[in-house]
Design a protein around this ligand. Structure first.
Ligand code: NAD
Length: 297
């Protein structure tokens, strides 16, 4: 069994990005600028956005956090998005989800310029992903593909079962794994809450991607010997022995499942760190697509 170590892989990617930034600086070229828009004070979102902004700073990107009130109107948020679309210094930006209930997330996603949509949630990017055309891939699936690539995990001709069909993880991951690319070329089954014979399916799987958010959902009796398991789930569970008061659990019963696997991602330290670096990779790409000759300002 080999751990797919997202933490160390993400560090390696960060070093590569750092070097790319230094190269650009030495040539007097613009450095990438990512903006994260956060609405309200949701604990999880604050942590995720904080980690993204910190990661940017560490690799030398410019990054800005725009923290808006929970009570901002949809119109005002749309105006903010438009401002960022037009700001030539901003290469890419994200609007952290979920948004407060009075704001239509779809409207906001559609308002983002696809060329700056480094989360890859705009339909233009998702459509291009399906067609295997240049686009920004959603960060979490892109991070998993990068992990598979760097560990040279064979995926062609394998049966991959993706559990969970969210627009940001499960569905795009199922598409990426089925595309005629490497990694990819897998035969994919997309399972979800209405799937009736899940265990039957997972027992046939060479690769399992679990993205549902239920701790210890995938148990050893659901996994065949030698499978590759990618655990996307992150659930906070109270734990008084931790300084934070909680621990993070994945969807996979790691202790029992890991011995059966050829490769497995831990939680934390698996898919999570790769998600963040994917966003950085998308931001660098966004800037490069806007023109390498942009000069520093
Ligand atoms: P979501 O919460 O939007 O959807 C959950 C999906 O799981 C649904 O498609 C549902 O059909 C499916 N599901 C629920 N119960 C099921 C069951 N019993 N059997 C089969 N399918 C079932 O999903 P999401 O936003 O993709 O998040 C999933 C998990 O991944 C969460 O724990 C989230 O915190 C985590 N996540 C982690 C990262 C990361 O970087 N590691 C990124 C995004 C999300």
């Amino acid at each position: 069994m080999q751990i797919l170590d997202g933490k160390s892989t993400a560090l390696a990617v960060r070093e590569e990005l750092k070097k790319a930034v230094e190269d650009r600086k030495s040539k007097g070229q613009k450095i990438p600028h990512l903006v994260a828009v956060l609405v309200g004070n949701d604990g999880g979102s604050l942590t995720y956005v904080g980690a993204k902004v910190k990661a940017c700073k560490e690799i030398g990107f410019d990054s800005t956090l725009i923290h808006l009130s929970e009570n901002i109107s949809e119109k005002e948020l749309l105006e903010q998005v438009e401002k960022l679309n037009k700001d030539s210094d901003v290469d890419g930006f994200i609007v952290q989800l979920p948004l407060p209930k009075h704001i239509d997330e779809k409207k906001i996603t559609l308002a983002i310029d696809p060329k700056k949509d480094v989360d890859g949630f705009h339909p233009n990017n998702l459509g291009n992903m399906v067609l295997n055309l240049p686009c920004f891939l959603p960060a979490t699936p892109a991070g998993m593909m990068e992990l598979l690539r760097r560990y040279e995990v064979e995926t062609a001709g394998k049966h991959c079962v993706v559990i969970g069909r969210s627009h940001i993880v499960g569905s795009p991951m199922s598409i990426l794994m089925a595309r005629n690319t490497s990694p990819g070329n897998a035969t994919v089954t997309l399972a979800h809450s209405r799937t009736k014979n899940l265990k039957e399916l997972t027992l046939q799987a060479d690769i399992i991607v679990s993205a549902i958010g239920q701790p210890n959902f995938l148990t050893a009796d659901m996994v065949k010997e030698g499978a590759v398991v990618l655990d996307v789930g992150i659930t906070r569970v109270e734990d008084s022995s931790k300084k934070s008061g909680y621990k993070l659990l994945g969807d996979v019963d790691f202790e029992q499942v890991a011995p059966k696997c050829s490769f497995i991602t831990p939680v934390p330290g698996g898919v999570g760190p790769m998600t963040i670096v994917s966003l950085m990779m998308n931001t660098l790409k966004a800037m490069e697509l806007r023109g390498d000759n942009l000069s520093a300002n």
